[in-house]
Design a binder for this molecule. Structure first.
Ligand code: 1YM
Length: 651
């Protein structure tokens, strides 16, 4: 802190101490400000800075944002807006720009007029990024002067913001290196993750141009211009293209409305798949758990389609009435609301609270969607027919379910034959390992702790859940044993109270087949047992990739490595005495003997597991659609582009 204490004004000194204490608090508990210090938190730093530039674009002063990943995983973000104000802040006695970068929650407080609509997970700003950076450089151009300030080790600075040159341009530029002493796991950015989020922001803020480049490897640079005049309409188009599904009609329906300072816009289109994909946002922040905007939308949608049916004599009595699931089958929709004051609810703040948003969205959809249907009879007919088909399928599924129930296949009294159950019943203690392959299943059975670990090996052909509706899931030989073993049933019948194990652990090889099975199971849970995921019951086991060992007399010393880096580290460690070492690469779980499997992957004391969250599941769902869909091109493209898709699923 001493760097900042050589100033003359005592009031100023006190300010500085307070400032650094504020930033120090961020460094002590980074998780509170950015969620985690893992890859998610690391990427979050970029979003925080970009969000400020997007705010400037939304205020109408900036139309281009450049984001670069530079060698050494340095991030550079530049906009051509007004530039952060550089004048002396009346209260703090230092430049406003310095205040923005050194005082917690300073952003927007003295911007005056308008409201901030961009915003990260916790609404924290530039000062948090500064606090968590090894160094950060801020450059502001105000059309006359170039101002510059450098911060080090979490916000410390020797010199105030100062003029370093002349310019006729305006804008703000920020360069920073995440602090590796905070982000101990990694400070390496994933291009695809940043691309996905930047693209999403470009869709949500029509007209903003984001130029994103990865310049880390001179020989392999990548660059993408993200600029969508059509906004969320293009988002829907993009989702359908990536998934490789065919839209029901060429038209993407767009609904917009406002009340006071609040606005809502919705883009929607149906496709030939059976899945709904509704993504909602409030002030550009994703709300994966829905909330008032999503409820308003769903409610009005069901109402409008039914009213349309009645009006045109397609629905004659109440028995023909369509329910929400019917009208949303094969629907992709983006809902984006912008409000002066968002209230986020739920444990992960993933749900929009504001009750006034529900009638706002409801009214827009009711009025404008009905207009669309009346003006576009061909489209209206296709949508209605699709809903009626879904309704028929639902009724068929109900029959199938009843038959299945009669056969008591769903009943936990008839547990699947391949299940090796545990003895305990307390779900605080119990876990089930869902294991791909019989040989791995064998090792798992022998290696497990039978008191509280159950093993279910999977077998049989994979079902293409993307193409199938629920009724097929009920007959599927791969998934039914999972449903029966978990005890919860699925879909409408799902009941978390009946869950038989507290942890549901997917254990599959780290190869393509393993990824398939992981993706299948996650997608299945996401679609038919979503609460398992939101409740935090689903895990992915992490078997080691290598065994590094050496002989010491008759004894073997072995270390298990979960990455190439770890393998290299152990190779150095074990060969320190000049001993000959042996490196074995595990191609499959089946290669491990029961003790090894227990020690490395199943022993609660020593194992590492990944807890699956809803975002992982959304991602699995997308990957699944591409992998399983009919469309060969996107699948090929996906596989080529995502050779590293193990990581995609794991983040
Ligand atoms: C690369 C990141 O931060 N751009 C940016 C930030 C601000 C402004 C313009 C700005 C805002 C306002 C007035 C206002 C910020 N200013 C402040 C504060 N890009 C990036 N571009 N003039 C300029 O909100 O009224 C916080 S962010 F508080 F100083 F006004």
């Amino acid at each position: 802190m001493s760097d900042n204490l050589n100033k003359t004004n005592t009031e100023y000194d006190e300010n500085q101490i307070q400032v650094l204490e504020g930033l120090e608090a961020v460094r002590k508990r980074p998780g509170m400000y950015i969620g985690s210090t893992g890859p998610k938190g690391l990427h979050h730093l970029v979003y925080e800075i970009v969000d400020n530039a997007i705010d400037e674009a939304l205020a109408g002063y900036c139309d281009e944002i450049t984001v670069d990943i530079l060698p050494g995983d340095i991030i550079s973000v530049t906009d051509n807006g007004r530039g952060i104000p550089t004048g002396i802040h009346p209260k703090e006695g230092i430049s406003a720009a310095t205040v923005v970068y050194t005082i917690l929650h300073a952003g927007g407080k003295f911007g005056g007029g308008g409201y901030k609509v961009a915003g990260g997970l916790h609404g924290v700003g530039a000062s948090v990024v500064n606090a968590l950076s090894q160094w950060l450089e801020l450059t502001v151009m105000d059309g006359e002067n170039v101002h510059f300030q450098r911060f080090e080790k979490g916000g410390h600075y020797d010199e105030p913001l100062k003029v370093i040159g002349k310019t006729t341009k305006t804008g703000t530029s920020v360069k920073f290196k995440a602090d590796p002493t905070i982000f101990t796991e990694t400070t390496v950015y994933d291009y695809e993750i940043l691309l996905t989020r930047l693209r999403e922001q470009a869709f949500l803020n029509a007209g903003v141009r984001i130029v994103f480049s990865d310049l880390r490897d001179e020989e392999n640079t990548r660059s993408e211009v993200l600029h969508y005049e059509g906004g969320i309409r293009e988002f829907v188009y993009h989702i359908h293209k990536v998934k490789g599904v065919a839209p029901l009609s060429d038209k993407i329906i767009y609904l917009y409305g406002s009340k006071g300072d609040s606005t809502a816009e919705i883009a929607l289109q149906w496709n030939d798949s059976y899945n709904e994909d509704i993504r909602s946002f409030a002030n550009n922040i994703h709300t994966p758990d829905g909330g008032s905007h999503e409820n308003g939308f769903k409610n009005a949608l069901t109402k409008v389609i039914n009213e349309y049916g009645k009006k045109f004599g397609l629905i004659k009595d109440n028995a023909d009435k369509l329910i929400g699931d019917d009208v949303r089958e094969g629907l992709t929709a983006i809902i984006s609301v912008k409000l002066t004051n968002c209230e986020f609810e739920g444990q992960t703040k993933g749900r929009l609270g504001n009750p006034e948003v529900r009638p706002l969205v409801e009214d827009i959809v009711t009025e404008k969607l009905m207009c669309f249907l009346e003006e576009n009879p061909e489209e209206a007919r296709a949508i209605f027919e699709k809903s009626v088909n879904a309704q028929k399928a639902r009724e068929a599924a109900k029959k199938a379910r009843e038959t299945a129930r009669r056969k008591s296949a769903m009943d936990s009294a008839s547990l699947p034959g391949k299940l090796t159950d545990c003895y305990e019943h307390d779900i605080e203690l119990t876990e089930i390992y869902i294991v791909e392959g019989d040989s791995a299943g064998g090792s798992a059975k022998q290696g497990r702790d039978g008191r509280y670990q159950a093993i279910l090996p999977l077998w049989g052909k994979m079902l293409n859940v993307e193409k199938a509706r629920l009724e097929k899931v009920y007959g599927n030989e791969k998934l039914m044993p999972v449903v029966a073993a978990l005890g919860t049933s699925i879909g409408e019948d799902f009941n978390i109270e009946k869950l038989r194990y507290g942890k549901v652990i997917i254990m599959a090889d780290a190869d393509v087949d393993g990824l398939h099975i992981r993706t299948l199971l996650l997608t299945f849970f996401f679609r038919y047992m979503r609460q398992l995921i939101t409740n935090g019951n689903v895990y992915i086991a992490q078997p080691p990739l290598f065994k590094v060992s050496k002989k010491k007399g008759k004894k073997e010393i072995a270390k298990y490595a979960f990455s190439d880096e770890e393998r290299d580290k152990y190779m150095v460690e074990l060969s320190a005495d000049g001993d000959k070492i042996n490196v074995q690469r595990y191609k499959g779980l089946g290669e491990m003997d029961p003790e090894q499997l227990w020690e490395t992957t199943m022993n609660p004391e020593t194992r590492t597991m990944l807890k699956v969250n809803i975002e992982d599941a959304v991602r699995a769902d997308e990957i699944f659609t591409v992998l399983m869909g009919d469309n060969v091109e996107p699948r090929k493209e996906f596989i080529e582009k995502n050779a590293r898709f193990v990581q995609q699923l794991d983040i």
